[in-house]
Write a protein that binds this ligand. Structure first.
Ligand SMILES: NC(=O)c1ccc[n+]([C@@H]2O[C@H](COP(=O)([O-])OP(=O)(O)OC[C@H]3O[C@@H](n4cnc5c(N)ncnc54)[C@H](O)[C@@H]3O)[C@@H](O)[C@H]2O)c1
Length: 508
């Protein structure tokens, strides 16, 4: 079956220099596998049934003889012809954009999620992910290219199963792989010969091989022999319109050479640049390195910010000046603390795993310490601002602008705004908040004293004794805020270009 061209097709065809995107997408995948491993022809030779060499770092291919290569050939053809059915487990921030990308390439897709409300919404063409317009979901539904379900038996129809479920920390801040395990159990139940299984959830090196593979192999089928297994980390940046799924290079690590080649081919249908690494472990650690890099560098600027506060130097000016260096410096910005599902959590997956090797990840621990001190630093700034007005924190009205962890999204997971609000509540302040993306928020979530606060109006926030800008949403009118508020603590340097504000603006 020939895929109907879409704008996304056009991009991929352009990259491949041909209007026949299928054959070239495959060439692209193979070339990337070979390029990364230096084993020219190795992966292709495996598929063609000739002698196969494992790229360095791969588990030795178990698919001896023609059985595995014949299975690989079948699924490869289905991917090339877009007749493969793609299953995605976990329809959240990662799963929905990914499955929509496959649907846009004319694959038949099935999304699996135990959350019935979410499934119902998607089935009726409603998107719960801000970056994905409902129109895209509705179009995929009308074209019969997408369905959402909580019926995991439909995994039996899928040629590909991609796992995009949460990987949180438990109460003792150790990795909680319960979602990965339960999703793997679901896949295992309906696993069949030739199926490609990919884990995308961020996790420590070894998860795919040590946790997922044994669950999948319980029924007797073997990775690299009867089915194909890979890890490919998601790099999605919610709210960042400049980098939709297809524009972000995607790292792929297969359990063996055949798995690697097939996973590369799979992703070459939806991203412009799949990047092969030699093993699932290398792919798992790549994602962690990226996030730890951010976490550590943010901690560095946060620590510099606290020092600059004492020294009376404007950190924002210093960062802007340093960023004029055309090499050797990457700009990171301070803020009220780390937030989101990734940066505050993922590094601790690695420090946990490192302990198994008797190794302490000092940078990660230190960065965690510095970053988690930032909400208290913000509180200190608010207290000093109130002190200047001879006011106590207890009974003061504090207006918070922004409850989500980053600009232009409604995601409040691990948001530092919540921590700031909790600390203010403990000190007896009266809280108002306004966030165009967040209607209400839970404070002290998961504890006996949990309670909900409802968002108010911008006017109510601006009438407070002190306004704290925590999330720099595009939707705010900074000029208006600066002219209406009395005192503003600006944790994002969002008011830097406002001339002659009425408010006293105090930067972080
Ligand atoms: N959100 C991001 O920006 C981002 C970016 C890169 C990587 N990641 C990683 O991707 C993974 C998923 O994150 P997310 O933000 O999409 O999470 P999410 O909470 O938005 O979505 C996860 C979905 O998985 C569903 N789920 C739970 N158990 C399931 C099961 N057994 N089978 C099927 N579905 C199940 C949940 O109901 C939920 O809808 C995490 O490991 C995360 O660290 C997230």
């Amino acid at each position: 079956m020939q895929a109907k061209p879409t704008s996304h097709d056009t991009i991929i065809e352009h990259l491949n220099g041909s209007s026949n995107g299928h054959a070239h997408a495959n060439d692209h995948a193979s070339a990337a596998v070979n390029g990364a491993t230096g084993e020219a022809q190795a992966a292709r030779a495996g598929v063609n049934g000739h002698a196969r060499m494992a790229p360095s770092g791969h588990a030795e291919p178990q698919g001896e003889g023609s059985a595995a290569t014949a299975l690989a050939e079948q699924v490869r053809r289905k991917l090339e012809e877009r007749t493969a059915t793609i299953g995605v487990l976990g329809l959240g921030y990662v799963g929905v954009p990914l499955i929509m990308a496959f649907a846009a390439q004319n694959f038949k897709t099935i999304g699996f999620d135990p959350n019935a409300r979410l499934v119902e919404g998607l089935q009726s063409g409603q998107s719960h992910i801000e970056d994905i317009p409902s129109q895209d979901v509705a179009q995929a539904r009308q074209g019969d290219r997408f369905r959402a379900t909580s019926d995991f038996s439909l995994l039996a129809e899928c040629d590909v199963a991609i796992i995009c479920v949460p990987t949180p920390l438990n109460t003792t801040r150790d990795p909680d792989l319960a979602y990965v395990e339960s999703a793997s159990e679901s896949v295992a139940k309906y696993l069949h010969a030739g199926q490609i299984v990919v884990l995308e959830s961020t996790t420590y090196p070894g998860t795919t091989n040590e946790v997922v593979r044994p669950i999948l192999e319980r029924g007797g089928l073997r990775a690299g022999q009867d089915f194909f297994l890979a890890f490919s980390p998601e790099r999605i940046d919610p709210g960042n319109v400049d980098f939709p799924v297809h524009k972000v290079p995607k790292v792929v690590g297969g359990h063996d050479a055949l798995s690697s080649e097939l996973a590369m081919l799979l992703y070459s249908t939806v991203v412009l640049q799949p990047v092969a690494v030699s093993s699932t472990q290398a792919a798992e650690l790549t994602k962690l390195l990226e996030n730890i890099f951010r976490c550590v560098n943010i901690a560095l600027v946060n620590e510099m910010t606290m020092l600059c506060d004492r020294m009376g130097i404007d950190i924002w000016e210093v960062i802007d000046a340093a960023a004029t260096k055309p090499y050797g410096f990457t700009k990171f910005l301070p803020g009220p603390g780390l937030g989101g599902h990734c940066i505050p959590i993922d590094p601790f997956y690695l420090s946990w795993k490192a302990r198994e090797f008797g190794f302490q990840t000092s940078f990660i621990e230190l960065a965690g310490e510095v970053n988690s001190a930032m909400p208290r630093f913000v509180i200190d700034k608010i207290m000093r601002a109130l002190n200047d007005e001879s006011r106590a924190m207890r009974g003061a009205k504090i207006g918070l602008l922004g409850m989500s962890y980053k600009a232009n999204v409604g995601d409040v997971r691990e948001s530092p705004s919540l921590r700031v609000a909790e600390l203010l509540h403990e000190l007896g302040a009266e809280l108002e908040f306004f966030d165009p993306h967040v209607a209400s928020a839970q404070l002290f979530h998961g504890t006996p004293r949990a309670f909900k606060i409802e968002g108010g109006s911008l006017e109510d926030v601006l009438a407070c004794d002190c306004v704290v800008l925590l999330t720099n949403h595009r939707a705010y009118n900074y000029e208006q805020i600066a002219q209406q508020a009395a005192v503003i603590i600006d944790t994002r340097n969002a008011f830097k270009s406002i001339q002659n504000p009425r408010a006293r603006i105090i930067k972080l």
